[in-house]
Ligand binder design. Sequence first.
Ligand code: SF4
Ligand code: SF4
Length: 212
Amino acid sequence: MRDVLNVTLVAQRKLYESINTTLNADGADLVGIYYSSELDAEIGYPWVKSVVIYGIGVEDEALLLNAKLRKWSERKQFVDILLDYIGNRLGMELTEMGVKVKVLSAALPELDLRRLAVDAGLGFYGKNSLVITEEFGPRVRFGGVLLSVPLKHFSIEINENPCFHCNKCVEACPARALNHGYNLMACDEYNSRLNKHKKCTMCTDVCPVGKE
Ligand code: SF4
Ligand code: SF4
């Protein structure tokens, strides 16, 4: 296998552009790179140098019109399948280019994709414990691909956390599960009392970010 760890910045830029082009063409709405010099230890794979994280808006209009998915759970499931398809295609393309990869499934993630999305600059943790992106608020799902190439020059600049000026999800939560950080037990307990086909999505629905 060609040694891509020593590629120049120009080659890294070409690789980054190729990743972006492939992901955008396949339907990814957001693309970010997470690089850290200690990523291998953090993630537990000694060869990993950076992570590509990509997202799809769960309420993307074209997606909803085409797929006719009414329920939140159906949309999430559909988007996860799409993310895994995209990840596998990107994985194959990068492997052909000599890059070692591992695709992180959105449906069965081995790593915390939300944390990686925040690390990649795609959003902030909101008061509802979800990742709040500028484009979709919390209505987004993520997939990822671990890379053996250090794409350290391509991180995204991030702006101010929108939760500084908002408290809508905290006020709307019927279980008062967001009053002092996210109370998983209170949220679970409330959801367990709902009809088994229903799931509370109030803190996602009320978030104004990405709706303006
Ligand atoms: S899902 Fe519902 S119960 Fe759980 S934190 Fe969000 S609003 Fe509260
Ligand atoms: S509703 Fe407001 S406080 Fe809650 S996550 Fe969204 S921006 Fe943050």
